[in-house]
Design a protein around this ligand. Structure first.
Ligand SMILES: Cc1ncc(COP(=O)(O)O)c(C=O)c1O
Length: 477
């Protein structure tokens, strides 16, 4: 067969598409991506990814290599965590899937069904728990964190437990603020009340075991029943792989699934996907073989060093403040009244650095989130110089203002009862579309973010869902 486009043309087209993306390597994108800075580890990961891209995790007897690599990765994770021999685990497609399955297993293990179960989480728990609640009919009981330490308030969580509660959650660390919840206290409550306790270590699980003076958070803590750890984060492997570990196999049953109720093969799955590419799993295995446990220790120390250096020096920049001391490799900065985080994020982007703006929420101010990879360690001075310039520019511009009429109009809207036309109006109001609903993205996001920042969370969600709907439309052919 003759190719309809040459390989060279396709490659050029791919490059042109990718040129608009944030760079995934180079250490200047401080959210979404993780860069070890190790070219050879990346190369063997990509080789494994393509070698196993077509292999199918649907049937472990057809592709036993995938089962062997999964069991090996779970074995390494168990050893890094010094987990008891009873621990079992499954690979998933990412942190969200690991959290979804932890919630599903807790609900099913309790014998409760859709609409008949609840979980108690701190307000800082990852949004994946809200997605799990939405998918599996588990009510979320959210408890405010300590306003100074941003750590979960275990006492208040205990008081909130109801008769239908099946799960209590802590993070190690939380994404937004980078602090570790008091896991021993949370897990003790779970053990005492006969509940499951999930520790969300999606972002910290491959860093914290290698650092000194980390408060306890693993299976060494009595009462912890499951832990999620993403390999596609700090194990520096290509996207699409996380691990969900359970203290013993009886706790995992709720997310295994079999169906013989049709005339085809008996479907037998450990996670949500059925056909699942072997690529990400093989890549994680290969990268892990190259870096090794000692190598991960060195990478964790480098990333932690960068986080501590930034946490120490950034507050010396006029206008900036450290929100809370980082427990891991995530740093959260905020501003005084002289400027705003959204303008700083725009200014950083124009200087080639991505830092992630976070909206004000539940008493926590709007902030800048920084995920430090090992690859950023060598450019901390450069980063801080850019941050100082960006903050100076934001101070010179003054805090971004939201038109008071616009803010009042936005806040008065009821997201539950809005029509499609109302959404188009809202998008236009937020500067995300023209009046006819055609998307019209501004160069600078600060005015949009500032408007979203004054909107209540439900309205933020409604606006962004409408935005996503308008974004996700087929290209004309
Ligand atoms: C603590 C925590 N949990 C869950 C997730 C969700 O992971 P993913 O984006 O891989 O689905 C993240 C992602 O950053 C996280 O930081």
């Amino acid at each position: 067969m003759r190719a309809s486009r040459s390989v060279e043309q396709i490659r050029d087209a791919l490059r042109a598409l990718q040129a608009r993306d944030l760079p995934s390597h180079g250490g200047r994108t401080l959210a979404y991506v993780y860069d070890s800075g190790l070219a050879e580890a990346d190369a063997i990961g990509l080789e494994a990814l393509s070698m196993f891209a077509g292999s199918n995790g649907l049937d472990p007897t057809a592709f036993p290599s995938l089962l062997a690599m999964e069991n090996d990765l779970v074995g390494v994770a168990s050893s890094v965590l010094r987990a008891p021999d009873s621990v079992v685990g499954s690979a998933t497609s990412g942190g969200t899937e690991s959290v979804l399955l932890a919630v599903l297993a807790a609900r099913d293990g309790s014998g409760r069904r859709v609409g008949d179960a609840s979980m108690v989480i701190p307000t800082t728990a990852h949004a994946a728990f809200h997605k799990a609640a939405h998918y599996f009919g588990v009510e979320v009981i959210m408890i405010d964190v300590d306003p100074v330490t941003f750590r979960a308030d275990a006492g208040a969580m205990a008081d909130a437990i109801r008769e239908d509660t099946v799960l209590i959650v802590g993070s190690a660390p939380s994404y937004a603020h980078g602090v570790i919840d008091p896991i021993p206290e949370i897990a003790a409550i779970a053990a005492d009340r006969g509940l499951r306790c999930h520790v969300d270590a999606c972002i910290g699980g491959w860093v914290l075991p290698f650092l000194d003076d980390v408060p306890p958070w693993t299976f060494a803590v009595p009462g912890v029943t499951s832990i999620s750890i993403d390999l596609h984060k700090y194990a520096y492997t290509p996207k699409g792989v996380s691990l969900l570990l359970h203290r013993d196999s009886s706790l995992r049953k709720g997310h295994f699934f079999a169906s013989a109720d049709w005339p085809g093969y008996t479907m037998l799955n450990s996670s949500m996907q059925s056909t699942k590419s072997g690529g990400p799993l093989a890549a994680a295995w290969a990268v892990g073989q190259w870096i090794g446990v000692e190598g991960y220790g060195a990478l964790a120390v480098r990333a932690r060093g960068a986080a501590l250096e930034i946490a120490r020096r950034a507050p010396g920049i006029p206008g900036l403040r450290l929100l809370v001391a980082p427990d891991s490799t995530l740093v959260t900065l905020t501003t005084d009244d002289s400027c705003d985080v959204f303008t700083i994020a725009d200014e950083m982007l124009s200087r080639g650095w991505y830092v992630q703006p976070q909206m004000a929420y539940a008493g926590a101010p709007a902030s800048l989130h920084l995920t430090l990879s090992a690859a950023t360690a060598e450019s901390v001075d450069e980063f801080l110089a850019a941050l100082a310039e960006a903050t100076q520019a934001a101070r010179a511009a003054g805090p971004v203002s939201v038109d008071s009429g616009l803010a009042a109009a936005a806040v008065a809207l009821d997201p539950e009862t809005l029509s499609d036309n109302d959404f188009d109006g809202l998008l236009a109001l937020a500067g995300l579309a023209d009046g006819d609903g055609a998307l019209d993205l501004p160069e600078r996001m600060a005015p949009v973010n500032a408007l979203l920042d004054v909107a209540p969370p439900r309205l933020r969600e409604a606006l962004l869902l409408a935005f996503l709907d308008r974004l996700s439309r087929p290209t004309a052919h």
